[in-house]
Design a protein around this ligand. Structure first.
Ligand SMILES: [Fe+2]
Length: 454
């Protein structure tokens, strides 16, 4: 701490600053000075604007980037349906049960696109309203001369196994377990494995708006995720205007593809504030009680996508549970039993989580759980017993561990893949977690009742 010691060393350079207006040139002088679209751009490049928000969105949420590229992205053939379109389903089963999944498998001979599975979600990307949660698993890099973009929303990627070498239009990102990245709506990219190691992880997709840093309120101007720790690619391009490239598009959950005779990774320079970025979760500055009681997990929010209709109510929060000190006096230190009008999807990158036994069949790394809108949950019986009786000395928890939560104001549904096809749902989750809770009620005797005037 505060920086994760990664198994795979960094190999790219980055710019920094969350939502900063940045500019970057792979060739000096490629950016026009003082204007966006001169009659002739430097070096014979084409100007292209990528809008991530409405032209007239307020300045603080307006996100666009001007790119200067060798061939405009419009030059391609008609889109056709891609064979694996069925994987990205948008039909859901809405059930109130608490759900937990064993670690998800990584299929053999699949790439990033083939390994995307929606496990839960709600809403409709056509209306730009809703979320989708994915499990991804890939055992090979994307095919040579192929790229992908998602028209449906922004994707926040949480690697659990293996590192992602992501070539984006704006430059390159290396994203390793304990880092996250955000791939904004519409940006072309491809995903390669690193040292042929298979990849697996989780994705939070939001159909509305973009992720922001949470407000800090009385915390002040620092802590949680600091803006300077977000890393953004620098411009990098290849020059290939003669070979056939295939570009895949996820468009309202359906997969299409098109061909073009130039690489999509031909941006020589760009400027703006609409771009992919990554963040090392080890840099998160965790805040907690130094007196008593268990604060709400909103204190651990890394990024939030707010609902404009209801300030303070998130379409989706990305929340983490990093290593931290627990020092609360006279306090039940794990989360208490609760029912939440928000839905809570949790995953574990590594280690174990404070409120659940991490043993075989429990909440395991690469597994997940869902506690939907108003579905009761909390510590399992063993955790309650331990936390109610332990000696409350200062204790460091979560060492070597990282759990996270996608928390949404939406009631989310489960796909058929999540319920049955993945074959990872734990049928006894409720019984095993809370079936063993004992009646500990000790009512006062008659004499005591008289004393208190009942
Ligand atoms: Fe909860």
């Amino acid at each position: 701490m505060p920086i994760t010691q990664f198994k795979i060393p960094e190999k790219y350079r980055y710019q920094t600053g969350f939502l900063a207006n940045l500019e970057t040139e792979a060739i000096k002088g490629a950016l026009p000075i003082g204007q966006n679209s001169p009659q002739k751009c430097p070096y014979g490049l084409y100007a292209e604007k990528i809008s991530g928000s409405a032209f007239t969105a307020p300045r603080w949420e307006n996100q666009q980037t001007w790119v200067y590229r060798i061939i405009p992205s419009a030059a391609h053939s008609s889109f056709e349906n891609a064979p694996s379109a069925k994987r990205l389903e948008l039909s859901y089963n809405y059930i109130p049960d608490q759900l937990r999944w064993d670690p998800f498998d990584i299929e053999s001979d699949v790439d990033w696109i083939g390994g995307l599975h929606v496990v839960a979600g709600t809403g409709d990307p056509a209306l730009k309203n809703g979320v989708a949660y994915y499990i991804y698993g890939a055992s090979k890099s994307m095919a040579d001369k192929s790229a992908f973009y998602n028209a449906d929303g922004d994707m926040l990627v949480v690697p659990q196994t293996g590192s992602l070498d992501i070539c984006t239009e704006m430059g390159r990102l290396l994203v390793r377990p304990n880092e996250i990245c955000v791939l904004p709506r519409g940006i072309r990219y491809r995903v390669d494995l690193v040292e042929n190691e298979p990849i697996r992880g989780f994705i939070l997709e939001i159909y509305n708006g973009h992720f922001q840093l949470p407000e800090l309120g009385p915390i002040g101007s620092n802590c949680l995720a600091n803006a300077r720790d977000f890393q953004i690619p620098i411009a990098a391009y290849t020059h290939d205007s003669s070979s056939a490239w295939k570009v895949y598009s996820k468009f309202r959950g359906q997969l299409f593809h098109t061909t073009q005779t130039h690489t999509p990774f031909d941006i020589v320079a760009w400027e703006g504030r609409y771009y992919p970025y990554k963040y090392d979760l080890g840099r998160f500055n965790t805040i907690g009680t130094i007196s008593y009681d268990h604060p709400d997990p909103s204190l651990n929010t890394v990024l939030t996508a707010t609902s404009n209709a209801h300030p303070g109510t998130a379409i989706a929060d990305f929340v983490i549970f990093p290593p931290r000190w627990l020092v609360g006096e006279d306090t039940f230190r794990p989360p208490s039993y609760h029912r939440n009008c928000m839905s809570e999807f949790m995953g574990l990158i590594q280690g174990s989580y404070i409120a659940k036994d991490g043993g075989k069949g429990g909440f395991q790394a690469a597994g997940a759980s869902l506690h939907n809108c108003m579905s009761s949950h909390g510590p399992d019986a063993a955790t309650f017993d331990k936390a109610s009786n332990e000696n409350l000395v200062p204790l460091k928890v979560g060492v070597g561990s990282m759990a996270f939560m996608f928390e949404s104001c939406y009631m989310v549904g489960i796909t058929d893949w999540g319920l049955t096809k993945c074959r990872k749902l734990q049928p006894q989750y409720n019984e095993e977690s809370w079936g063993g809770l004992k009646d500990l009620f000790q009512p006062p005797n008659e004499l005591q009742l008289e004393t208190v005037g009942i």
